[in-house]
Design a protein around this ligand. Structure first.
Ligand SMILES: Nc1ncnc2c1ncn2[C@@H]1O[C@H](COP(=O)(O)OP(=O)(O)O)[C@@H](O)[C@H]1O
Ligand SMILES: [Mg+2]
Length: 372
């Protein structure tokens, strides 16, 4: 690969000027060029670029960072691009791919008279990956990722909230940014009686004005757990909408594989877990998997599938039963055998293999359950 001198100069200039957005962009170009001669090297560079986000402080924005007058907390921050993978159901995946394609072609669309503000609203239950997805979109677009949590912008002081929101929208320092408004339902919570009636309306208006004041190139992502609480005018400001539902079975299998087995599982264990974990979110699965791995590491033993299966199958929302890594008692083995039979219609030989006991034993367990 020939070294492009002007690129190298630009790279150093950007690095010394703490302009990390440009550093990343040049890095991306180098990685693309490099890919033709050194695929490994290009991959490593890309991984590095994905990993290293830069907080606004490091970019020298610290003085300008708008803060809440009371708490002194920053109202908007530049966050690192996420490093962990995202698993999406097919429907949401399609919407996101289309959105990214459109965002990558803003200029072309504008040339053809279709200049629309590119905003996408992500909604769905907590723990389904909305915040993670927002970061992934920024990474895919190679744009700096500015995050503001509406719940932290809402001030208890009268009148301060609108000022905060204005400060936040005024701040967006570069036009090629992704602005992520997380936890948007916080606005609707102003409806409670601690706040005077007019305040909700004022805050909603300030958000609308803020959204309208942004440069066309800024890409806005909103997230909310309660879309029905969102003011309809705000809802309309986001032409794209993606609902993040709890993961389907195939997605759950990928999640188990990644979070529990670091993608090196065998014998369809992830599929088995997926079939027993309907209703769990990505955050739940991550939590479970990490709990199981912690136990295994601390007890210095291999991951033990049976107790994880039992914990997942008997998990109750709100009262999670995290797995431990010890051998199951006889009663627990009976319970798990019955669950695998009832819920998955699993043949006895397979139950035996899963539990690591003989078929005859399973036969006795299941008979015992019938008797009892
Ligand atoms: N769809 C998903 N794919 C991969 N990881 C996920 C997914 N959903 C949740 N997680 C895991 O759970 C964590 C919390 O999810 P988060 O993005 O905060 O959910 P939300 O914003 O919808 O409440 C993520 O950081 C990630 O580790
Ligand atoms: Mg979130």
């Amino acid at each position: 690969m020939d070294v492009d001198r002007s690129l190298v100069l630009k790279l150093f200039e950007a690095a010394l000027g703490a302009d990390y957005t440009t550093v990343r962009r040049i890095g991306g170009r180098i990685a693309r060029d490099l890919a033709e001669v050194d695929a490994e090297g290009a991959k490593a560079l890309q991984a590095m670029l994905r990993k290293r986000g830069v907080p606004l402080q490091a970019s020298g924005y610290v003085e300008a960072l708008p803060r809440d007058a009371g708490s002194r907390l920053p109202l908007v921050e530049e966050m690192a691009w996420p490093t962990s993978p995202l698993f999406l159901n097919t429907d949401a995946g399609h919407v996101i791919e289309q959105f990214i394609e459109d965002a990558n072609n803003i200029a072309l669309l504008a040339e053809n008279g279709i200049s629309a503000r590119l905003g996408i609203l992500l909604y769905g239950p907590p723990g389904t990956g909305k915040s993670l997805l927002a970061g992934h979109i920024a990474a895919r677009l190679g744009r700096p990722f500015y995050v503001t949590r509406l719940d932290s912008v809402i001030s208890s002081r009268l009148g301060e909230t609108s000022k905060n929101i204005r400060g936040m929208f005024d701040f967006i320092p570069t036009k090629d940014a992704v602005l992520f408004l997380d936890e948007m339902d916080a606005i609707a919570k102003l409806r409670d009686d601690r706040h005077e009636l007019g305040e909700l309306k004022r805050v909603v208006n300030t958000v609308l004005q803020g959204l309208d004041s942004l440069a066309d190139e800024v890409i806005v992502i909103g997230a909310t757990n309660h879309p029905h609480l969102l003011d309809p005018a705000i809802w309309r400001r986001f032409p794209y909408k993606a609902e993040l539902l709890v993961p389907d079975s195939a997605v759950r299998a990928s999640m188990w594989s990644y979070f529990l087995f670091q993608d090196s599982d065998e014998d369809g264990a992830s599929d088995l877990l997926a079939r027993l974990s309907e209703g769990m979110t990505g955050a739940d699965i991550e939590n479970f998997a990490h709990a199981a791995r912690r136990r295994a590491v601390i007890s210095r033993e291999d991951l033990n599938l049976a107790p994880i299966l039992l914990a997942v199958a008997t998990n109750k929302e709100g009262a999670p039963r995290l797995p431990d890594n010890r051998a199951l008692t006889v009663d627990e083995k009976k319970m798990l055998s019955q669950i695998l039979l009832d819920r998955l219609a699993m043949p006895q030989t397979e139950i035996a293999r899963t539990l690591g006991v003989s078929r005859q034993m399973i036969h006795r367990y299941l008979k015992g359950c019938d008797d009892g």
